[in-house]
Design a protein around this ligand. Structure first.
Ligand code: NAP
Ligand code: MG
Length: 349
């Protein structure tokens, strides 16, 4: 089913995904599964060869922890290789660790001494491929142009003069293909070292896409997520290098709330990110089809959803982080959706 969904996204150019379960032992028992099926997100990402971008949904009464942030900071994480596909050895005592590459054509191997161990330690081997880095770069340029935001890319090529430098070089080469489109859209491509990027991000107003290597993206996306307020206000889109878009909420199935619901208890689950997944997809499809009514509907739905939160009607997760106001009140999931629908109806007249 997941593979069929990927094929459908390729056909239609756009998809919406609800949160899915990545089964563990408990879930296999709970749902009587034949096996521990792989992560649907991983399967989709592999099938579409895509990169996941996250961006926060900003409401005027949910203030980011960082006061200077006025606009969303979008983040793109390279989801292949580096520490996530490594080999590691625990070194128990003295010895030599070497890096060896043996070319398939039988020519002489390349060899580097990693370290001459005098005592116990650790050693790790990591890799990446030009193909994967280039696809990541393409997806980042596609997304930045789509969102009309500047693109920042950061790594540590002063220290890693071959490995990280290859990332820098591929991004610079790829920029050559986008330079004109970027100029026309009045956006820029900017490279800086990761530590400088972190310092600048914290002082910035936001309003750009930050493209990160795998580990940096893992760490920084959680930092941004929590600094912007709530996991339920984080939207997510998978962009393929050939320009297909799959929209989703960044959060999971909110399992604890579901079990409460099954027991007949009321829940206050926040549907904002899921609503924005739908509006993102509708807007994109509307743009593809040149149908401004669909684009306008997406805009109105977003404005209705934000207007509801800004009027003080919100789910429990938001009340904890909202600017205090006598208008603030927590509502249950269904009441919240009804309030948004009322807002939308009054907008549509
Ligand atoms: P989760 O569903 O994101 O929920 C984690 C916690 O965050 C919730 O218990 C809730 O906190 C809060 N939360 C998240 N979304 C919320 C919302 N919309 N409204 C209100 N609160 C929200 O993560 P999980 O519990 O670790 O994972 C549950 C399942 O989702 C797992 O089976 C996992 O495989 C799957 N998952 C799927 C995706 C995906 O498809 N993209 C992503 C992540 C996880 P409180 O309990 O404190 O209210
Ligand atoms: Mg993480």
């Amino acid at each position: 089913m997941t593979l069929e969904a990927a094929e459908a996204i390729k056909r239609h150019g756009v998809g919406v995904k609800c949160a899915t379960i990545t089964p563990n032992k408990d879930r296999i028992k709970e749902y009587n599964l034949k096996k521990e099926w792989p992560s649907p997100n991983g399967t989709l990402r592999a099938a579409l060869d895509g990169t996941i971008f996250r961006s926060p949904i900003l409401a005027s009464n949910i203030l980011p922890t960082v006061k200077s942030w006025k606009k969303p900071i979008h983040i793109g994480r390279h989801a292949y290789g580096d520490q996530y596909r490594n080999q590691e050895i625990r070194v128990e005592g003295p010895g030599k660790a070497e890096l060896v590459f043996s070319p398939a054509d039988g020519s002489a191997p390349a060899r580097r001494l990693v370290h001459e161990f005098k005592g116990p330690g650790i050693v790790q081997g990591i890799h990446n491929t030009d193909d994967s880095i280039r696809k990541f770069a393409k997806a980042c340029f596609t997304y930045a142009l789509d969102q009309k935001v500047d693109l920042w890319f950061s790594d540590k090529d002063t220290i890693s003069k071959t490995y990280d430098s290859r990332f820098t070089q591929i991004f610079r080469e790829e920029y050559g293909n986008w330079e004109q489109a970027f100029e026309q859209a009045h956006i820029t491509y900017f490279f800086t070292l990761i530590d400088d990027a972190v310092a600048r991000v914290v002082r910035s107003e936001g309003g750009f896409l930050w493209a990160c290597k795998n580990y940096d993206g893992d760490v920084m996306s959680d930092m941004l997520g929590s600094a912007y307020g709530s996991l339920a206000m984080m939207s997510s889109v998978l962009v393929s290098p050939s320009g297909q878009f799959e929209y989703e909420a960044a959060h999971g199935t909110v399992q604890k709330h579901y079990y409460k619901h099954l027991k007949g208890e009321k829940t206050s689950s926040n549907p904002m990110a899921l609503i924005f997944a739908w509006t993102g997809a509708l807007r994109k499809r509307g743009e593809f089809d040149k149908s401004p009514d669909v684009v306008a509907f997406a805009h109105n739905l977003e404005a209705s959803a934000l207007g509801t939160v800004e009027s003080g009607i919100m789910t429990g997760d938001l009340l904890k982080v909202a600017v205090p106001s006598p208008n603030n009140r927590t509502v249950y999931t269904e009441e919240f959706v009804d309030a948004i629908a009322d807002n939308l109806r009054s907008k549509l007249g």
